[in-house]
Design a protein around this ligand. Structure first.
Ligand SMILES: Cc1cc2nc3c(=O)[nH]c(=O)nc-3n(C[C@H](O)[C@H](O)[C@H](O)COP(=O)(O)OP(=O)(O)OC[C@H]3O[C@@H](n4cnc5c(N)ncnc54)[C@H](O)[C@@H]3O)c2cc1C
Length: 295
């Protein structure tokens, strides 16, 4: 068995180009990227991982941004912290659900250091930003030296603590499109302790027609109820093209319960989490509908 050593070589980058060069040079080495260190440091402290190289991107200030324009929508750079998203005026105005979500992520201390992209890259199955980003039809930009690609938020995490980001790559940006008119979005999570990871969380987005009568589009994202966050497409189909009532939301929630795969743990059984997710979805859907009607 290989002995675990805590020694590592520290490689700070100050520009995206430098970071991508370091990732390319160390493709064959055991390296880890560090941003705010809130999850990585914990994993290293517990000796769960012991990388030989740490590529520090915290100094890459060209990735520390949150911007919005009416064509492109919202752009969140890889170094934007939870706290900067929570406190962004433009985000509160255009995508209030993201600020509401952030208010319940961990503690202020963790939100001050931890990046939103780092949270998604850590890929805890209960990661809070995933459901609202899925509901908002967001994408993640992933870069390596000389190449770039984007993936849908619902395809980013593959399994427990595993994402589509490959060796030599890093996630650089979250892209959220402009919302269509008559759209409402809401998110909630249930956790036993305030600010803890969710037992289940859900975001629902509803877009209504010009008469605000029928649902023209719906998107639903869950976290905490599977090995990775998921988009409940069959439940979305239940809502599309119909007038949304509490009965229809209840029907969609029953369908969503068949799309998720919660795992039993000390904090609750799989059946409990499935029921919890369905109940949350009905409540969240109701608020999303009210918001769409007022939009
Ligand atoms: C006490 C505590 C409570 C928490 N509670 C919650 C909670 O309720 N909800 C929630 O959603 N989160 C929660 N978190 C997680 C927290 O939000 C994350 O630790 C933080 O956002 C991670 O960001 P970071 O910049 O610190 O990432 P780091 O810790 O630096 O990195 C995390 C992982 O992502 C990788 N990584 C980082 N940036 C990139 C990148 N740009 N490209 C590719 N890979 C990258 C790293 O290699 C590492 O594997 C909690 C954390 C703590 C410590």
């Amino acid at each position: 068995m290989k002995a675990i050593t805590t020694d590592f070589e520290y490689l700070p980058a100050t520009t995206l180009e430098e970071a991508l060069d370091l990732l390319s040079e160390h493709k064959d080495d055991d390296y880890r990227i560090i941003a705010g260190g809130q999850s990585l440091n914990t994993a290293m402290k517990h000796r769960l991982i012991a990388p030989e190289y740490i590529i520090d991107i915290k100094g890459v200030s060209d990735l520390d941004y949150i911007t919005f324009d009416e064509t492109e929508g919202l752009r969140i750079g890889a170094l934007a912290t939870h706290r900067s998203l929570e406190k962004s005026q433009i985000v509160r105005e255009k995508y209030p659900v993201l600020c509401e979500m952030e208010e319940n992520v961990a503690s202020v201390e963790t939100r001050n250091w931890g990046t939103v992209v780092g949270d998604l890259c850590n890929a805890d199955p209960a990661v809070d930003p995933a459901p609202p980003l899925i509901a908002l039809d967001a994408k993640l930009k992933i870069a390596s030296k000389g190449e770039e690609r984007t993936v849908a938020a619902e395809e980013f995490a593959l399994d427990f603590f595993e994402t589509v980001v490959q060796i030599g790559e890093m996630a650089t940006e979250i892209q959220v499109p402009v919302l269509p008119p008559n759209t409402g979005v809401y998110f909630t999570k249930y956790s036993q302790i305030h600010g803890d990871y969710a037992l289940a969380s859900v975001a629902v987005r509803i877009t209504l027609d010009s008469k605000k009568d029928k649902c023209t589009d719906a998107r639903i994202g869950f976290a905490g109820v599977g090995s990775a966050p998921i988009r409940a497409k069959q439940a979305e189909d239940v809502l599309k093209g119909k007038q949304i009532t509490e009965a229809l939301l209840a029907e969609a929630a029953e369908v969503a319960k068949t799309e998720i795969s919660p795992v039993s743990g000390i904090e609750g059984s799989a059946d409990y989490k499935r029921d919890l997710a369905g109940t949350l979805m009905k409540r969240v859907g109701k608020v999303a509908l009210e918001r769409a009607q007022k939009a």
